[in-house]
Ligand binder design. Structure first.
Ligand code: GAP
Length: 502
């Protein structure tokens, strides 16, 4: 089972490279761990995800405004937020092979099937049965449940506070060597502002976009006519010096976030928390993630961050495990209180009607663009059979991307490069592009091969101009997923595609 999911991931990674979705950053120099580049198709996919988010959470709402903050801010922001003191991971090194691990994530497991979970490493045990028993004893109920739910988990995340049973020692998952004691490691990337490289010039690349919103909360309030409840939304890069970047783009060192800070009265915070938790879950379903691969997992009280009084993760069943796509948290008035304290600026909200002054509570839906893109790519990857020109079934790979996020919405082909077909096809192609729909024109090679290329790119519609077009001005529209072909008038192509893209 583990093999087949690894295989599936390998095939997806290979397709993403082959077709120009995702490349390793600076690949010609051997790459750099935790950094990725998005190629021509990938950048369109990401842009479509961000546009969909912006349309749905900002433009379509009258209680939300957008913001675009600098990546580097006054370092006091990160003192106030707690990131300077607390944005740390426990780090342990293997004394033997020198590999570095997060000390709370050093237990590697694979699974044979749903029930037969074998602890492979990290626990000294004589045999499988002993290892499994030790694993079970060491896990609390939450960890065990997650492990059981997803039998192919590659890394078993031991929760904070878990203790291994007596006589069981943590060991290097790679070579079994002894590990150093855990040390704290701050994940913020440091840089220097200006010519001096001393402590007075230290600044950080933001590890989240959220703090830029809190730092601008008063600016936005003073310059807009917003009243509670309202939200501020931002999309932007974030940087974390992850100890162990892994699972393709899932845990990267540079990534993009889409974050909302939704300010509300404290007595309405529970209601808005539930609203956003459910709305954000449905958003992913609407973009094509199958709801049975999506989970909404409420955090246990012992899992909550120090600033939150409620939190839920929207998780997706990736081929490598069930992992977080987005977190929705009730951050209370923690951040505004902190920034008020550290900046000395009054952040209280004055309610005209009740004449009260108070610090609003904040509900934060915080998602990752790269994780959404990866989930959508995993969901879309599909293999089936399609008939070739002679009607013989041939294996094909297709990306069943939702038309709203597909990088190319329609490809237009003349069946042959003569009899005026290219001119008609070009006109359809230009009309689509002129209407703001990304389209692709291709007149080279057998039409079956052209279809295959578009299937791999995730293009939902292929439009072919053929002999009949010359007689009655109709073209065929081929549906990527069903392979169904229908004839429509050439001037109907634009409304046809536009309606389906949504
Ligand atoms: N402001 C709250 C916050 O940043 P988070 O859970 O640390 O919360 C929010 O991050 C989202 O950002 C995650 O759900 C994930 O989608 C994305 N994210 C976080 N770390 C990431 C990483 N190393 N690589 C890719 N995406 C990441």
């Amino acid at each position: 089972m583990a093999e087949s999911t690894n295989g599936r991931m390998e095939k997806l990674v290979s397709l993403c490279k082959r077709r120009g979705f995702i490349f390793q950053s600076s690949e010609i120099y051997g790459g750099i761990n935790g950094f990725w580049d998005y190629g021509p198709l990938g950048v369109e996919l990401k842009r479509n995800i961000k546009n969909a988010w912006w349309e749905d959470v900002v433009r379509k709402r009258d209680d939300m405004v957008g913001l675009d903050c600098a990546i580097i801010m006054n370092p006091k922001v990160w003192e106030a937020s707690g990131h300077v003191a607390g944005f740390t991971d426990p780090l342990a090194d293997c004394k033997k092979c020198k590999a570095r691990f997060r000390a709370d994530k050093i237990f590697s497991v694979t699974a044979r099937d749903g029930e037969n979970v074998l602890l492979q490493a990290g626990v000294e045990a004589d045999d499988e049965a002993h290892a499994r028993a030790a694993a079970t004893a060491a896990a609390n109920s939450k960890t065990r449940r997650r492990l059981e739910q997803h039998a192919e988990a590659m890394v078993w995340e031991v929760c904070r506070g878990d203790r291994l049973p007596d006589g069981v020692a943590a060991r290097c998952p790679l070579c079994g060597g002894e590990l150093t004691d855990a040390r704290k490691f701050n994940m913020m990337f440091k840089t220097f502002v200006g010519a001096m490289e001393d402590s007075s010039a230290v600044a950080y690349l933001r590890p989240e976009t959220a703090q830029g919103i809190f730092a601008n909360y008063s600016n936005v309030l003073d310059t807009s006519r917003l009243k509670l409840p309202f939200g501020i939304a931002q999309i932007g890069k974030a940087f974390r010096n992850e100890i162990n970047p892994r699972n393709y783009t899932f845990r990267s060192r540079e990534f993009e976030q889409m974050e909302i800070e939704f300010f509300c009265r404290p007595d309405e915070a529970d209601k808005w928390y539930e609203y956003w938790r459910d709305a954000r879950f449905q958003w992913y379903v609407g973009l094509g993630l199958r709801s049975d691969r999506l989970r909404l997992r409420d955090h246990e009280p012992d899992e909550l961050a120090h600033y939150a009084n409620a939190c839920a993760d929207i998780e997706y069943e990736f081929p490598f495990g069930i992992c977080e796509l987005e977190g929705v948290a009730n951050r209370t008035d923690f951040d505004l209180t902190q920034h008020q304290k550290f900046s000395g600026k009054d952040m209280a909200y004055f309610d005209d009607e009740s004449k009260e002054r108070f610090l609003p509570y904040v509900i934060e839906p915080s998602g990752g663009v790269d994780r959404a893109a990866l989930a959508l790519l995993c969901e879309a990857y599909c293999e089936d059979e399609a008939p070739d020109e002679k009607g013989n079934p041939q294996p094909r790979t297709l990306m069943k991307l939702h038309p709203r996020i597909a990088p190319i919405k329609a490809a237009v082909f003349p069946l042959v490069k003569k009899d005026g077909m290219p001119a008609i096809a070009r006109k359809i192609y230009e009309d689509l592009r002129g209407a703001g729909l990304s389209a692709f024109y291709d007149e080279k090679g057998a039409v079956g091969r052209r279809y295959r290329r578009q299937d791999e790119a995730g293009t939902p519609f292929c439009i072919t101009v053929d002999g009949q077009t010359l007689q009655d001005r109709t073209v065929t529209v081929r549906d990527r997923d069903t392979l169904r072909q229908e004839r429509i008038a050439d001037d109907e192509v634009l409304p046809y595609v536009r309606e389906r893209v949504g």
